[in-house]
Structure formats: C-alpha cells, structure tokens
Ligand binder design. Structure first.
Ligand SMILES: *Cc1c(COP(=O)(O)O)cnc(C)c1O
Length: 222
C-alpha cells in the first residue's frame, strides 16, 4: 500500500467524530506533503525544534499538534502557530504557554496528560494533581490557553483487557473532571488516546482523538 492508501484506509475506520492526528515525527516535510495531498490536515510532532523547522516548509492550513513532553523553554518555538498541545502536566508549563501565546494574541488548546499506564514515567498527572492545577487561582487569569480535555498513553502491550482498562480509566477521569470543573464549558470535550497499536480499542473506550504515526508513515528509524 502507498502512504496515501494507508491514510485513507485508517480514515475509513474512524467515525467522523474522531479526529485523526497523523504523527509525522522524524519524517521529512516531503513525506508529510504526500499525506497532506491525500487530504490530511492535522499533524503531530513531539520535538519543538523539529516542528518549528517543518512549519515554514508546509502549507499554512495544517493544524499542528504537539504530542510529546514539552519543556517550558521550548514553548516559544511553537507558540506562534501550534493549535493543540497534548502533554500538559504542570502549572508551570501552562503558565509559559499562556505567556508565549499572549505575544501572538493567540489561544492555544491544551490537553492535560494523565499517567494511566503500568510503566513508570515521570510524565503525566494523577487525579489529585490535576485538581490542584485546576483549582489554582492563577488559572483564572490565563486567557491564552484553553483547557480542552485529557490525553494519555496506555501500557505498550497487546493485553487487550489491560489496555482497555487503562483507556476506560482515562475516560472516567475525563468524565469526573467534566462534571466537577467544566460542566458549563463546551470546549472541554477531548479525550486523546490511541496510537497505531491500540487505536481501535481506544475508540471503543471513548477516544475523540487518535494519534497515529507508524500505521500511516511506516516504521521510524531510531
Ligand atoms: C509517537 C507517538 C504516537 C504515535 O505512535 P505510533 O505507534 O507510531 O502510532 C502517539 N502519541 C505519542 C505521544 C507519540 O509520541
């Protein structure tokens, strides 16, 4: 299959309500252009400098998502154009995004990243930490960020029961936050979960955004 056929194959499996983020990390602009020409407009990158380098080489109607861990000192590279940042897990980062977005009079959509997998990682919030963040007074004055939902990564495993359980956990976190903090805010609506290996399960567990790289672009050479 060509890259364009793979894109169309995946798109045909997604309900219109599920947004496809084509994860183009490590791939050159020329390849991204091929996927763009097949109709894809939403792309995801996980390194701020790579994204800042690709942005000027590609059409301006691309909706760019940042999907990895973002260091506060790198926000400035992507603030002029990034649409959504998926990995927000601290007030410090959110504060910096707000500050940089203000310079360009923009509002950047942010997703709170939760740690749902079995694997140990220093990234991602738990529920209590999210509550602390969401009840912080400083948040009320941030006009250049829009908290639009949650994001998480399941354990890298083919154990369907476990992976579905973790996705279900993220959905219940979303529901609880929605009810408690965003009941009257229609912008809080996204559950970003599902990658090449597990997106079908993620969708069945309530995903609204899948982040798919390998199944579209092929393997990455590390
Ligand atoms: C790389 C990456 C993906 C895509 O992974 P694939 O297995 O290639 O589909 C999704 N989300 C995040 C956060 C990533 O870093």
């Amino acid at each position: 299959m060509t890259i364009q056929e793979r894109l169309l194959q995946i798109k045909s499996e997604l309900a219109p309500s599920v947004k496809l983020v084509a994860v183009s990390k490590t791939k050159p602009a020329s390849l991204i252009r091929e996927v763009y020409d097949a109709g894809q407009r939403v792309f995801g990158e996980n390194k701020a400098q790579d994204l800042a380098e690709k942005y000027p080489q590609l059409p301006k109607d691309i909706e760019w998502h940042f999907i990895g861990h973002l260091q506060t000192n790198k926000v400035k590279y992507i603030a002029p154009f990034v649409h959504t940042i998926h990995g927000v897990d601290s007030l410090k980062l959110l504060t910096q995004i707000d500050k940089q977005a203000e310079k360009f009079d923009r509002r950047i959509q942010c997703l709170l990243q939760f740690h749902i997998a079995e694997e140990e990682t220093k990234f991602g919030l738990d529920y209590r930490e999210a509550e602390e963040l969401l009840t912080n007074e400083a948040l009320k004055n941030m006009r250049h960020v829009q908290i639009a939902g949650v994001m998480g990564m399941a354990t890298f495993s083919d154990d369907e029961v476990r992976v579905r359980y973790e996705f279900g956990h993220l959905r219940s976190i979303f529901n609880q936050l929605k009810e408690t903090y965003f009941a009257t805010d229609p912008a809080f609506k996204e559950i970003s979960m599902g990658m090449s290996g597990d997106y079908k399960w993620a969708i069945e567990e309530g995903s609204t955004m899948v982040r798919i790289g390998t199944s579209i672009f092929g393997n990455r050479n590390h």
